[in-house]
Design a protein around this ligand. Structure first.
Ligand code: MN
Ligand code: MN
Length: 464
């Protein structure tokens, strides 16, 4: 046998990943086209409730009907579960019964933001404010002195649900937190980063004119209340029965001379929600039943009734198993899950926090993350070599572009996803999603090519 040259050996033995546009020029155009609708979805889905509502609307338009426990479904039937208007499961019934396992893609539709406190409204020095409580991993200083919108629901004392959306339409007013002027920031400059804007300094400016006509105490607060009452029919008492979220105002935008990237609030993790949604709705008669989950509360540890630490997804699989007369424990044991979530993209401006050999990069495709967690790999699902191989081989077999990543340098910090909550149900799970720059910032950045390759990965998995 002829001896291979060093160059040939390098080609056959070493592993590296290229910029996708250098390997397949057609990916640019395909990804640009795919991302037009993604930007619209993202701009219209600023909260988990809006995301859930938009997901359900797209699902219904594609033939999904509300799931009825106990009902028998046939191959190709499409059903949805609406968990309290804030989390959703979409499912396409497969050819095999669910004791053969289901294909789970689990993304989350909540994002870091500022929630209003239960009693938010007050006046100070003739300015009316909302007090907030930040939600999730927020660098608080990023939220000062930037336009903000308010979205959410208020349940009136008569039971009526009122939706509030203000700050997105160009004709709407917006809101903001104030920051100190640099001239007087001598003491603020000495604060540590986490303290530059403190939690109790995150007060939203609402109004500055007094209610006219009488001499009243807190007349500017009354101006705000009268606006809320005239526009939404609510009182200060009813603000207690509310979920109101303050988020960056404005739509998703193309970024760069070449428009190759999208800057927006909420890529983490609505980018995986949208890409898995597109893959789910086009799936027809899959071998394994699909379970596409759009969960709430990931950013605060997946606790709460619509988070994946709750049993609601397992209950859905249980109902399917019961209706088919098969064992749910066997169904769970044989199921496979992609924990569909973003990962930290290598940022050349901040290289110190990354291991460059184990990072994901812009435009190199969907990233597979064997483990997240912190310290000595604590608090994570660390996928088995067998399952990692199964997924990456499946992607290769389907011509999908992908890359491997980790969550930064060892001991630099860390984080988690829903993966550990799914895997604790005895389900093989691995993290897979889009690389993101400036993750959790009010303006996160992704590459269109990476978004498109993530969609292709979900298509391959749901049709495995
Ligand atoms: Mn996430
Ligand atoms: Mn996150």
């Amino acid at each position: 046998m002829e001896k291979l040259t060093g160059k040939e050996l390098q080609k056959s033995l070493t592993y590296s990943v290229e910029h996708i546009a250098k390997v397949d020029a057609s990916m640019t155009e395909k990804s640009f086209e795919f991302c037009e609708n993604y930007k619209d979805f993202l701009s219209a889905s600023k909260t988990e409730r809006l995301a859930a509502s938009n997901i359900l609307e797209i699902a219904k338009a594609n033939g999904y009907v509300e799931f009825v426990p106990g009902k028998e479904y046939k191959v190709g039937d499409k059903v949805y579960v609406n968990n309290r208007d804030r989390a959703v499961i979409l499912s396409t019934i497969g050819q095999k019964t669910v004791d053969n396992g289901v294909s789970i893609v689990a993304s989350h539709i909540d994002c870091p933001r500022l929630d209003l406190k239960p009693m938010p409204l007050y006046e100070s020095n003739e300015i009316a404010y909302f007090k907030t409580h930040y939600y999730g991993g927020v660098k608080r200083y990023q939220w000062a002195a930037t336009p903000l919108a308010i979205h959410g629901v208020v349940i009136k004392t008569n039971g009526e649900k009122v939706e509030i959306h203000i700050g997105e339409d160009p004709s709407d007013p917006v809101f903001c937190l104030t920051d100190l002027l640099p001239h007087l920031a001598k003491d603020q400059r000495e604060r540590k980063m986490a303290d530059v804007i403190r939690g109790e300094e995150m007060n939203i400016v609402l109004a500055s004119l007094p209610y006219q006509g009488e001499d009243l105490k807190d007349a500017v607060k009354l101006t705000a209340l009268v606006f809320l009452n005239e526009k939404y029919g609510i009182t200060e008492r009813e603000l207690l029965n509310a979920e109101l979220e303050v988020v960056p105002a404005g739509p998703a935008r193309d970024v760069g001379f070449d428009r190759s990237m999208i800057g927006a609030y909420g890529h983490d993790d609505r980018v995986c929600a949208y890409t898995s949604l597109m893959a789910e709705v086009e799936t027809e008669a899959p071998v394994y039943t699909t379970v596409s989950v759009y969960a709430d509360k990931e950013e605060v540890g997946s606790d709460g009734v619509a988070g994946l630490h709750s049993d609601w997804m397992e209950h859905f699989i249980t109902y399917l198993a019961q209706a088919q007369g098969v064992n749910v424990l066997t169904a769970l044991r044989n199921s496979k899950c992609l924990s569909a979530d973003v990962n930290a993209c290598y940022d050349p401006t901040f290289p110190d926090v990354m291991d460059p050999r184990n990072s994901c990069y812009l435009n190199k495709g969907v990233v597979i993350t064997k483990y997240t967690g912190a310290g000595g790999k604590s608090g994570t699902n660390d996928s088995t070599a067998e399952f990692y191989a199964e997924i990456t081989n499946m992607l290769d077999a389907n011509g999908c572009f992908w890359q491997a990543g980790t969550l930064g340098k060892v001991d630099q910090g860390g984080g988690g996803t829903v993966a550990k909550f799914v895997s604790q149900k005895n389900i093989d799970t691995v993290d897979l999603g889009v690389p993101v720059l400036s993750m959790h910032a009010p303006f996160e950045l992704v590459s269109k090519i990476d978004v498109y390759t993530t969609y292709k990965a979900f298509v391959a998995f749901l049709n495995r």
